[in-house]
Design a binder for this molecule. Structure first.
Ligand SMILES: [Zn+2]
Ligand SMILES: [Zn+2]
Length: 290
């Protein structure tokens, strides 16, 4: 069983995300540490970080994950943009450390025509320099599996391994597995055989010990479409079975499972999607004599 929650808004203050997650009885949640569509953000005041940590400690939320800005592209062919991205990425890690958030999920980037190998090397270089500049940083970078839209890197486990292989401090990186993205990238999770094959491929290329977080999203688009469109759980092309496979896979017990499914202002859709996921969890087998 995963620890379930959703991406929650920090509107009104970072601690509001925790309060909102708690109100929906989530035990996990994902946040942006700043507006994800802007480069700059004012620094997090120590008092705010303190308040955030207090609210978190008081709440039932156990697993917390942050997601970085969509503007960041560590693989950009443009030197200035790549460095701007790297500094923004480093700032995101600093913000996570202040808030005590242990994971920063990051889309690896897009090579913009320069080719996959050059792109992977650029991402790894950006990570290596960032690691070197913050030797005491506690937050682990999680490279997310992507749908492979356009020139986006990370649509195959080999591409993610191609980044990790080039990272010097491998203990500081892991992977976030997005069910929608993996399916759109061509990994068929819809039946037990396909699921087993996909996880075996992950194990042999990246290693399951690097899989630290799941994004649980259904997909509006079909297998191998390479289009990233999230659907409510069970309403998309994936259907319910893949979520049952992940939720009941003992190898992933205790990992955060985060919804990034469409929702309105009141977030009621989260409640429905969480209920759907909970309904897929099989009761643990009774042990004779226990
Ligand atoms: Zn995702
Ligand atoms: Zn997505």
């Amino acid at each position: 069983m995963l620890e379930l929650g959703a991406h929650m808004s920090i509107a009104g203050g970072h601690e509001r995300a925790i309060e909102r997650a708690a109100a929906f009885e989530m035990v996990a949640c994902q946040i942006f540490t700043k507006n994800a569509n802007q480069w700059n953000a004012k620094p997090i005041e120590p008092a705010l970080a303190e308040r955030f940590r207090e609210r978190w400690a008081e709440s039932a939320v156990r697993s917390l994950v942050a997601h970085d800005s969509y503007l960041i592209n560590l693989a950009s062919p443009d030197d200035a943009l790549r460095e701007k991205s790297r500094l923004a990425f480093r700032d995101e890690l600093d913000r996570c450390d202040l808030l005590g958030v242990p994971f920063l999920v990051s889309h690896p980037g897009a090579h913009m025509g320069d080719g996959v190998e050059i792109g992977l090397a650029r991402v790894a270089e950006g990570i290596n320099r960032t690691h070197a500049e913050r030797p005491d940083g506690a937050t682990t970078i999680l490279l997310e599996t992507t749908a492979g839209q356009g020139t986006a890197l990370g649509r195959s486990f080999e591409e993610l391994a191609g980044i990790i292989d080039r990272v010097d401090e491998k203990g500081r990186v892991g992977v976030c597995f997005d069910t929608c993205h993996a399916f759109a990238a061509g990994y068929d999770l819809r039946d037990e055989g396909g699921y087993a094959e996909t996880m075996a491929a992950f194990e042999s290329t990246i290693g399951l010990d690097r899989l630290r977080v799941f994004h649980l999203n259904d997909s509006k688009k079909g297998l191998g479409s390479r289009v990233d469109r999230h659907a409510p759980i069970g309403d998309g092309e994936l259907g319910l079975d893949p979520f049952a496979f992940v939720l009941n896979d003992p190898r992933f017990a205790g990992l955060p499972g985060i919804l990034e499914t469409p929702k309105g202002d009141d977030g009621e859709e989260d409640r429905r999607n969480l209920a759907t996921l909970h309904g897929l969890v099989r009761a643990p087998a009774l042990v004779a004599g226990a």
